[in-house]
Structures are given as C-alpha cells and as structure tokens.
Design a protein around this ligand. Structure first.
Ligand code: ADP
Ligand code: MG
Length: 686
C-alpha cells in the first residue's frame, strides 16, 4: 500500500468509534490503507435503461406512476407479497415487494416513484429492493453504486460513506508501486485513480480500466513474491542437510512387496537429492490417484530419520491421518522407526505425554492433521515435513511450520493433477515432481454415462454389488455455492435410497455435519458398517475403502472433470471390478464431450489437460482446493484474468533476473513490499 499515513489505525477517522473498529477488523480492515483497498464485489447499475434491453435477473432502475390498487397477500404471518402495476415511459411493469406489507399504505394510484430491483422481462416484473418517492434524491446518485461485502451491523451505505471520506482525506497518500516501465508498457491506469475509480466509477469504461490495473498489480505482486521466495531459497544454503546411508534406502526399496515404477524411482531421486543439499526443499509431488505417492513419502521419511532428524506427516482429516499412520507403521516399523499418531481423539493426558516424547526426540515420525502445527507441538529436531493434499495448507501454515524447526525440508503431495502451465503459475515458488506412471496391473474403473430416466438401472447395479457384499457411494448434486441446497439435495437422495434399499445400511455425509460426526460416518463406512454412503463432495480425497466398487454421481455435468476423476478414484482400489456411473442430461455439446472424456480416459493428467481445453482454468482455480490465496480482485477462473497472471509471471521473472533489482533505489518500494509480505526480512538487504 505504501505511504505511511495509510498505516494509521481507523480510529483516527471521524465517525469510527470503538465498536466500528472491531466490526471492521472482522472484515480484515485495520488501517486506513486496508479500508481504501477494500473493493466492492459488484456494482448496482442505477442508470435508467430501456426495459427492452434487459435480461433476466438484471438489476434495473425505473421511474413511473402507480397505476393500480396495490394487492397484498399473506402466505404466513411474516411472509407476504405486495404487487402493483407501475406505468413507465415504455410499458407497464408489475412491481413486487416481498415481506414489506407496510408499503401498501404508500402506494396510492397516481403516485410517482422510483424503484430499484431485479427485472424479469418475461413477466415484465421487477422485484423491488429499494423504493423512493423522492426522485430528486435518487437521480443525484444515478450511476454505478458500489456494493461491498459486509457483515453484522456494518451496512454497505455506511461503508460507502467512510470510504468516500477516507479517500478525501488520505487519497493523496496512495503511491505508485509498480515500476514505471510496466505502467507505461501496459498503459496502466494510475494507482491512485484506479483505487478511486473502483470505489466510485464514473462509467463502465473507467471501471474496466481500473480493474485491469489493480488485477495486474495484484497478480504481479503475487508472482513476485512466489518467485523471489524461490530464488532466495535457492541462493541461501540455510536448509537442513540430511546425511543418510544410501545403502539402507536401497535395501528398504528392495524389500518392498513390489518393484517401484520408473516414475517413483525418479521422483525419489529428486526428493533425496533436495534433502541432501543445504538448500531448503520446497517441492510439490503430484501424482494421480493410485500412482503410489505414499511409498515415495515413506522413503523420504525414512531418509530423514536415518539422518537423525524427526519428520512430520500432515493430512487434512483424522480419517486420512489414521490411514496413513497404519500404512507407514507397516512400512517403517520393521526399520526400527518410531511412529506416532497425534489424533484429536486422545485424552489430554496422553496428548501431553506424547508431545513430551516428541519434544525429547523419542518419536521419529509424527502423523496428524493441522493439529501438528498448533502452538504446543514442538519438535526436538524437525528435518522434514510432508503434507498430503497440500491445497488445504495455506501459505500461513507453511510459515508457522518453517518457524517451528530449523527450516525443515518441505514436501507437498497432491492427487489433483495440474497441467504444467497452471502448475508453474500457481506454484511458482515450488519445484515440481510428477508421478506420471501407474503401477502395473491396475484395472480401469468401468465408467458409464447415463440419463436420469435410467435411475432404476443404476439402482439395480447398486443392489447387485451390495448383495455381493460390496459397498457403494452415491454423490448428490452440487448446487453452485450453496451448501444449504447441497444439503437439501443430499438429504432427499438419502431418504429415497433408504426407501429403495430397506435391507441395506444407508449412511449420509455432508459438509454441515460437525467434523466429529463426519469422522464417525466415514469410519463406519471404512469398517463396512455402512453399505451405501450418500454424500456431497466432502468424501475425502484419498479415502481408501477397497471394498467399495460403485461410485454413482448424480448431475455429473455440474462437476469439473478433475473432480469427477477424483471421485472415481474412490473405487477400483481393491481386486474387484468397479464401476463409476455418471448421471447427467448433458444437453450441451461440451457437456457431452466431457462425459465422453470421462468414459474414455483414466489418466488424471490427460483429463486435466482436456478440461483446461474445454473449460479454461475455471475448473482448477474454481475449487477452494487450489491452494491459491484469495485475491482481492483477480478471478482466475476467468480466462482474461488468467492471461494477466501469465503475463505477470513473466514480468516478475524478468525483473528478478535484473541484478539491479536488489540494489537500485528505483525498486526500493517493491523490495520493501517483499520484505513485508514474503517474510524475507532477514534475507533481503536494503
Ligand atoms: P496414492 O498416490 O493415491 O496415494 P497410494 O500410495 O495409496 O496411492 O498407492 C495405491 C496402492 O498402490 C497402494 O496399495 C500401494 O501399496 C500400491 N503401490 C504403490 N506403488 C506400487 C508399485 N510400484 N507397484 C504396485 N503397487 C504399488
Ligand atoms: Mg494417497
């Protein structure tokens, strides 16, 4: 943000008392600068437009005259609908107020009014969100109105007001942060003007230019941070040096029940060479479901222990923690490695003892969830940290971890295959290893695509498999961004299946369950106490139930290919023939093509590549699992912003390659930014 006055606390602004300061803090706004950079998430268009140009659900302002008696209907005591015909310059429109019965008194025929709301051209109807009888007042603020995301008693109107005020008082403090060269090359809007425009845009063109500028800035700084991090990591040998006898590792590998694939061998060599070196390892291991990441992890863990260090293995859920704990125990205990599970379910006393042993260095490998990085866990000599499904561990957690040990080597594992172009862009701070080969002898999961009318046949397959003693998943449809609706859907489906299969044990799993209950349902499924599990997509990535042979996905066309592939990966894990049934209407060409990709392809990387082709980067960046920070403005699911990200990546790389970047006063502001943001304090000399 630069400009020291922008770092002043909000209390200095008029009209912001203690309470407001607290409320704003909950929105992440602490300083004047935070406030100025708290941008609207949308704009309501208060300009008058022709009704004939309107599309469904578009916000609209109209002015007109009440042309009928108002009609008020109550559904329940509190729910009502009030409707009246409003004559406008173009045509009569039905105006509707929900749950505002008191408006009735104010709507006498002949009265002039000004309305704002969402318009439906088919019904010629506007659902009113703002009513005014004083046209003068409304037309004054005719234009694009910023709408901010707010909570509690902070109102958009109030926020608008204090932002306007602070722009007036502090606007001049906003300084350019980008190098002139880039501002000129891309004809970027001036920074101060861009901030002002984002809050109070004079028109759409200016808004687009302001947005473009700030998106570029945001993504450029993001890339600069990632890449600076990587470069410095590679330049300063302050990592953990693991010295381990390679014969022991080779012997361990020889004694595995299977030969490693070439890909496993290659990535193991990459990882071990990082671990030996004095530079910190920051590596992403990506490998499709079933490609054998666990054994790779086991080798790395073993190497750390042989070198005299401790290691931590973090996973997103308790279930996975237990699963990995068991596997690692089986693999490593014969090598006289001590492994412990830090579970959320143990007693306080046991936990205290365990943590004591960890601190003394008696435990070699500690497996667990996020709990592993909580304040009270301290290691004697932490040399290696592995996290499975890295996308759940943000930058902040990585930082906590690094601060815990003496800069342990870090390995992130993910089963979400990411096409190379995306990977280097999103994970520019990491080296990437890829398991692009499956162990021999895997049977592909038979994948079928069917329409909802064939539901009976799907049930027949479920019955057939459950009668054989197998288990099944049914994934309920996903409704955009609405957990509530997802839940309603899952519950309906669950009830339906309970009725269809009275003789089997049907379970329900969804995101709203408290995590303890989630674990409970999941572990009953793992133990075979549930035959059929109805679930929203919360079925954990990586859950291993070899006895499950059917995966049914309802409304499969609503899911991204990568996600479908992940879900399909839950079956086909035992020796039995397995099925994945995609239920979808798939009316559009793309939807049909996507269903076909799933039928024909079992390679996660190929699927990710096809998805990128078919849908753009949305599928990958659209999920919360991408591991990317929440950007203020940039939306990487849009191809436009994604292109900006790629350009920003090249620009950042070029800048960092310039020697003068590290010394020239011209770049001082950016260096200052890096120092602060990337916590590279001790490394960047000013
Ligand atoms: P993921 O990459 O999905 O985590 P896992 O590590 O769970 O995969 O491995 C899946 C299964 O494949 C495990 O049962 C594991 O023992 C087995 N496996 C791993 N590597 C090989 C190999 N090289 N040959 C045969 N089976 C293997
Ligand atoms: Mg795994």
């Amino acid at each position: 943000m630069t400009g020291t006055r922008l770092e002043e606390p909000l209390g200095n602004l008029k009209g912001i008392g203690k309470n407001r300061v607290e409320l704003l803090r909950s929105l992440g706004i602490e300083t004047v600068g935070d406030l100025l950079f708290y941008f609207p998430f949308r704009y309501d268009d208060f300009r008058f437009r022709s009704l004939r140009e309107m599309r469904r659900e578009e916000p609209l302002s109209i002015r007109g005259i009440v042309a009928s008696e108002p009609m008020l209907r109550y559904y329940t005591k509190k729910k009502s609908r009030l409707a009246v015909i409003v004559e406008t310059e173009e045509m009569p429109v039905t105006a509707v107020w929900f749950n505002q019965p008191y408006m009735k008194e104010r709507l006498q025929p002949g009265k002039r009014l000004f309305l704002f709301g969402k318009y439906d051209p088919l019904k010629q109807q506007i659902v009113v969100s703002e009513t005014s009888f004083n046209e003068e007042k409304k037309t004054n603020r005719n234009g694009l109105q910023p709408v901010y995301s707010v909570s509690g008693s902070v109102s958009v109107k109030w926020l608008r007001g204090i932002i306007e005020e602070s722009l007036r008082l502090y606007g001049e403090e906003i300084e350019e942060i980008l190098p002139d060269e880039l501002v000129t090359r891309y004809r970027l809007m001036d920074r101060r003007e861009a901030v002002r425009t984002l809050h109070f845009p004079p028109d759409e063109t200016a808004l687009a230019l302001a947005r473009r500028r700030m998106v570029y800035e945001e993504l450029f700084l993001f890339q600069l941070k990632l890449q600076a991090y990587k470069r410095i990591n590679k330049a300063i040998p302050d990592g953990t040096v693991h010295r381990f006898p390679m014969e022991k590792i080779e012997e361990f590998i020889r004694n595995l029940p299977f030969p490693l694939t070439n890909a496993q061998r290659r990535v193991i060599d990459e990882i071990l060479s990082d671990m030996r070196s004095p530079y910190g390892m920051n590596r992403l291991l990506q490998g499709d479901v079933g490609s054998g990441k666990t054994v790779v992890a086991a080798v790395a863990l073993y190497a750390a222990v042989l070198a005299g260090y401790q290691a931590a293995f973090m996973v997103p859920t308790e279930i996975l923690a237990e699963q990995h704990y068991r596997t690692l125990k089986e693999l490593l205990e014969p090598q006289e490695v001590t492994i412990a599970l830090l579970s959320g379910n143990i007693s306080a006393g046991r936990r205290r003892d365990l943590l004591g042993e960890v601190a003394l260095g008696w435990i070699d490998i500690l497996v667990g969830t996020h709990a592993l990085i909580q304040e009270d866990v301290s290691f004697h000599s932490l040399g290696l940290v592995i996290t499975d499904e890295q996308h759940r561990f943000g930058v902040r957690q990585r930082k906590i971890l690094r601060e815990k040990g003496k800069r342990p080597d870090i390995l992130f594992m993910t089963a979400t295959p990411i096409p190379r172009t995306l990977a280097i862009t999103a994970f520019g701070d990491m080296e990437i290893s890829t398991l692009d080969e499956m162990p021999a002898g895997r049977k592909p999961v038979t994948t079928e695509w069917t329409v909802p009318e064939r539901w009976d046949r799907v049930c027949a397959l479920l019955r057939q498999e459950m009668e054989k003693g197998r288990q099944a998943y049914v994934i309920s449809p996903l409704i955009e961004e609405s957990e509530k609706m997802d839940l309603a859907n899952a519950t309906d489906l669950y009830m339906k299946l309970v009725k269809t299969f009275p003789q089997f044990r049907v379970g329900l799993m969804h995101g709203r369950l408290p995590s303890k209950e989630k674990d409970d349902v999941m572990s009953r499924f793992v133990k075979g106490e549930i035959d059929l599990l109805v679930s929203t997509t919360v079925v954990e990535v990586g859950v291993n139930v070899p006895n499950a042979t059917v995966m049914v996905i309802v409304d499969a066309d609503r899911f991204g290919l990568a996600q479908l592939h992940q879900l399909r990966g839950r079956v086909g894990r035992g020796g039995e023939k397995s099925y994945c049934i995609l239920i979808a209407d798939a009316k559009s060409e793309t939807a049909r093509e996507r269903m076909n990709v799933m039928r024909e392809t079992h390679d996660g990387f190929e699927i990710a590549r096809r998805d990128l082709e078919l849908r753009g980067p949305g599928d990958f960046f659209g999920t919360k699992q991408s591991g990317l920070p929440d950007f203020r403005l940039a939306d990487l699911t849009s191809s436009r912003d994604f292109k900006i990200l790629e350009i920003a990546r090249e620009d950042a790389a070029r800048l960092l390659e310039t020697d003068s970047f590290w010394t020239d006063p011209a770049w001082k502001k950016l260096r200052h930014y890096l120092k602060k943001e990337a916590s590279l304090e001790e490394k960047i000399l000013d």
